[in-house]
Design a protein around this ligand. Structure first.
Ligand SMILES: Cc1ncc(COP(=O)(O)O)c(C=O)c1O
Length: 404
């Protein structure tokens, strides 16, 4: 072990490698490989021309302001535009924080709340990128099963009870209620109400992660937990929502925001100040002008058209070629399909077979916390590949599944 390795902190040394990152690395750039593995938006979805114009304009006209050190809680101009765009007239500027994407919001929220060993309840499965950010703050994750309606709230109550009986402190519930990554599931309205009721009764917080809320291709939008808590329960303390511009404008912008109770937002800003000083100034203002000029509605409509076609293409391909016994979700939005296989299929093993056949996916096991693991599922992404590749990728997978 080298000198510098020996000096690494215990926390750093206990950090595992990201299997998903390793898998993506192993399949990236391989000749003929069709990847349904990552979660990247389509490059065709980026509003390149509009952003190019706005970046140039913002630097030229507002450079003295936006190239200067900025506020840790984010650009006031962007905050005002976000609240206007979201239609949240009741939210004060001290209840919203601009972050470097949602991952950063999740990290700051957890940082502000968690003492080592405190418990965070999450969906099982859930997005591993968020889970590692939560664990990095010393939290212990407790995964709770989902069904077609989303998180099974009754089990959340059981877990909170059990953890408390064990002397543990449960601080918050981390949920992705819409087009969940990885399962594509959307939490039903009655579950949303039940979850808020449960959190209020148990006096734990909810962190609502909503990166896909605007990517709806069919059906009607449900109220967010954030809206429900405020409008139906008159409660502005329990839910903090975070949203991201990553899947709408481009993840390279590294912009998102969190809205929640003022004391929590202040605590998050205080941590942000110590680590990143402030979000990136030019990008914040360019996105503020994007919203101000009303470009967002037409843009979201365009990308929803693009993704609707991809979603329909992958579902048609699954229907056409998958052998009987294979089941999958048919989400009304988002970027992912969740496939469940009958026994004895193990998708960790299938991954290697599939890679040899030129198609990549993420095995379901990579989205579970310790103790809740399943190995009969896989996540398929449909936002990145084109329709012909989606069809061919699914056909290759179906061919291997038929042989297994
Ligand atoms: C559920 C969920 N949360 C958070 C993120 C991270 O997004 P960001 O790029 O805003 O950090 C993602 C990205 O895939 C996601 O799927």
């Amino acid at each position: 072990m080298s000198f510098s390795e020996r000096l690494l902190s215990r926390a750093t040394r206990s950090m595992g490698v990201s299997f998903i990152r390793e898998m993506l690395k192993a399949t990236k750039g391989v000749e003929g490989m069709i990847s349904l593995a990552g979660g990247m938006p389509s490059p065709d979805s980026f509003p390149k021309d509009l952003l190019a114009g706005l970046f140039q304009e913002v630097v030229e006209r507002e450079g003295a302001d936006v190239l200067q050190y900025g506020a840790s809680e984010g650009d006031a101009v962007l905050k005002a535009q976000i609240l206007r765009h979201e239609g949240d007239t009741s939210v004060g500027p001290d209840e919203i924080l601009i972050t470097d994407g949602t991952t950063n919001a999740i990290y700051l929220f957890t940082r502000a709340l968690i003492d080592p060993g405190d418990v965070v309840v999450c969906e099982a499965p859930s997005f591993s990128g968020s889970l590692v950010a939560i664990e990095a703050c010393g939290a212990e994750l407790a995964g709770v099963e989902m069904d077609e309606e989303g998180l099974v709230v009754e089990r959340v109550r059981d877990v909170i009870r059990a953890k408390r009986a064990d002397g543990r402190i449960v601080k918050f519930l981390y949920v992705i209620p819409e087009f969940q990554n990885p399962s594509g599931r959307t939490m039903s309205l009655s579950r949303r109400r039940d979850l808020i009721r449960t959190a209020r009764e148990a006096e734990v917080l909810i962190l609502e992660d909503q990166p896909y809320r605007d990517l709806r291709y069919y059906g009607r939008r449900l109220p967010s937990l954030w809206n429900l808590a405020r409008d139906e329960f008159g409660d502005d303390r329990t839910v903090t929502i975070c949203k991201s511009f990553s899947k709408i404008l481009g993840p390279g912008l590294r912009l998102g925001f969190a809205a929640g109770p003022a004391p929590l937002i202040t605590a998050m800003a205080s941590w942000a100040q110590k680590v990143t000083v402030s979000p990136e100034g030019v990008a914040q203002r360019a996105v503020a002008r994007f919203l101000e000029r009303g470009y967002m509605a037409a843009h979201v409509e365009r990308i929803n058209g693009l993704y609707r076609a991809k979603r329909d293409a992958i579902i048609a391909a699954l229907k056409e070629s998958m052998p009987t016994g294979i089941r999958w979700t048919e989400p009304e939005g988002g970027l992912f399909i969740w496939v469940t296989c009958p026994p004895p299929i193990d998708t960790d093993i299938l991954f290697t077979e599939a890679a040899k056949a030129g198609v990549a996916f993420i095995p379901g096991s990579k989205f579970y916390t310790a103790g809740t693991m399943r190995r009969d599922e896989m996540r398929l992404n449909f936002s990145y590949a084109g329709a012909p590749d989606l069809r061919e990728g699914v056909a290759r997978l179906a061919c291997i599944l038929r042989r297994t």
